[in-house]
Design a protein around this ligand. Structure first.
Ligand code: NDP
Length: 449
């Protein structure tokens, strides 16, 4: 682990460890936030009195359920579903659903915990939650995906509502899955309530820019960090891990701002294309044909595929981890810095281990943690909710401007909070403290609930 915890905070963390055994990712996420909070308690003794940190670390509600479904061979399959409704001080629970075989309660709780502060940072009225299943969508037919999504929603629907809990996508959950889940919700309830899910299709209540939002937002955030150092994306060589939703739109926006992405990946390996990744080809392979990234080299002969390779060995000036948690360890971080990396923007949630974070902070590079840098996705989900509530739809340009302004505000807020707390340029401290204070104040105002 990294920094010492404040003496008031240490016993709270020990209690979290004891109450949530085995949930290592949750412990990691809690510790990372708690490391920043010592000075906040000194300035705001009422937070200690009201036991705000202890309450924030305990989800308001945790739902775990059986998801039975039939595969194409008529065999019954059983998965486990989760929804952790973490904190609703600022608005209805909001956060995505992840379908991946690695999902268990500790993953959902780490994501839900981070989501509280991320959503607070957006400045929009949304609380924090997260859900998902250990279902593996890889290799499943469309029909199997549909039957699974229908079964998942047959339990989840009773916990959702425009003013209660509004899920969205995450790893393994994109437009197709949201469609099947929304259809089942509508069928069970006989109500067309667009506001119960975000990430919907454009013809049935979705918002323009939602698909692009997390990637675009992460690039806007890095752009702000670079501007604060009188620099820009122009001419920068970049690497983007993953080749899913976040990675694709991160790459698109980097290209638009004059950078060049030379590598991307999936869980089997990475591709290196010194001429710059051909994004249209990646989209065709991944979004349309649902193939593997190694197939890229079949169409671009000069590109290199490195099976089981580590994308962070590719020299770059800007790195944007956009795949999954703990994908950059201390060694990877040191290698990135050694190879000339000056900025890291986390499109993924908690992609850097505590040792990696320490390396970036000590090197003094511009490091944008996920809860700030990837908040554009959920922010645009909140814009989708606004459009649903007013039965309106905004055009692309306007929605993208709103997203860009939100990312600027988040950057400014983190930057100024870090300064105020004596840690200039430290966006970890800035994001944790700014995100926390707003939620804490709301919880104090609402009494012991
Ligand atoms: P997708 O499912 O669209 O893509 C995920 C990508 O990451 C795929 O290329 C996948 O490769 C790779 N990946 C997933 N798990 C692993 C793993 N264990 N090891 C190596 N590679 C892996 O998901 P998203 O793009 O939506 O999400 C990516 C990250 O961004 C996640 O951390 C998510 O929590 C975060 N995020 C997403 C938001 C959104 O709006 N979608 C919002 C905020 C954060 P493969 O196909 O081989 O599994």
């Amino acid at each position: 682990m990294t920094a010492q915890l404040d003496e008031k905070v240490e016993p709270i963390f020990q209690e979290v460890l004891a109450r949530n055994p085995g949930e290592t990712e949750f412990h990691q996420a809690v510790r990372e936030v708690l490391e920043s909070l010592g000075p906040v308690l000194v300035k705001n003794p009422e937070f200690t009195h009201h036991k705000i940190i202890e309450r924030i670390c305990e989800p308001e509600r945790q739902i775990i359920f059986r998801v039975p479904w039939q595969d194409d061979k008529n065999q019954v399959q059983i998965n486990r579903g989760f929804r952790v409704e973490f904190n609703s001080a600022l608005g209805p629970y909001k956060g995505g659903l992840r379908f991946h075989p690695s999902v268990y309660l500790g993953i959902i709780k780490f994501l839900g915990f981070e989501q509280i502060f991320k959503n607070s940072l957006t400045g929009l009225p949304i609380g924090g939650g997260k859900g998902g299943s250990d279902f593996d969508p890889k290799g499943k037919s469309d029909d199997e995906i549909m039957r699974f999504c229908q079964s998942f929603m047959t339990e989840l629907y009773r916990h959702l509502g425009e003013y209660t809990d509004v899920p969205a996508g995450d790893i393994g959950v994109g437009g197709r899955e949201i469609g099947y889940m929304f259809g089942q919700y509508k069928r069970i309830t006989n109500r067309y309530e667009a506001g119960i899910l975000t990430g919907k299709g454009l013809d049935w209540g979705g918002s323009l820019v939602r698909t692009e939002a997390t990637g675009y937002g992460a690039v806007f955030f890095v752009d702000e960090m670079l501007k604060a150092r009188k620099d820009s994306f122009e001419g920068k060589v970049c690497t983007v891990s993953g080749s899913g939703n976040v990675a694709i739109y991160t790459t698109e926006k980097i290209n638009q701002l004059g950078g060049k992405v030379v590598a991307c990946s999936d869980s089997n390996g990475y591709i290196y294309d010194e001429k710059g990744i051909d994004l249209e080809l990646v989209q065709q392979l991944k979004e349309v044909e649902r193939r593997r990234i190694k197939d890229y080299t079949g169409y671009r002969k000069h590109a290199k595929y490195v099976a089981k390779g580590n994308i962070w060995e590719v020299p770059c000036q800007v790195a944007m981890p956009s795949a999954t948690q703990n994908e950059i360890n201390g060694k990877d971080a040191a290698l990135l810095v050694k190879n000339g990396c000056i900025a890291v923007g986390e499109g993924a949630n908690m992609p850097t281990t505590p040792e990696g974070v320490k390396v970036f902070l000590e090197a003094g590079i511009a490091y944008g943690p996920g809860k700030a840098a990837n908040a554009g996705g959920v922010a645009t989900s909140a814009l989708e909710m606004q459009q649903n509530a007013s039965r309106d739809s905004w055009d692309f340009e306007y929605t993208e401007k709103r997203l860009q302004q939100i990312m600027k505000n988040i950057h400014q807020n983190c930057y100024e909070t870090a300064l105020e707390y004596g840690a200039p340029g430290n966006y970890v401290v800035g994001a944790n403290i700014a995100g926390f204070i707003k939620v804490a104040n709301a919880m104090v105002a609402m009494g012991v609930i």
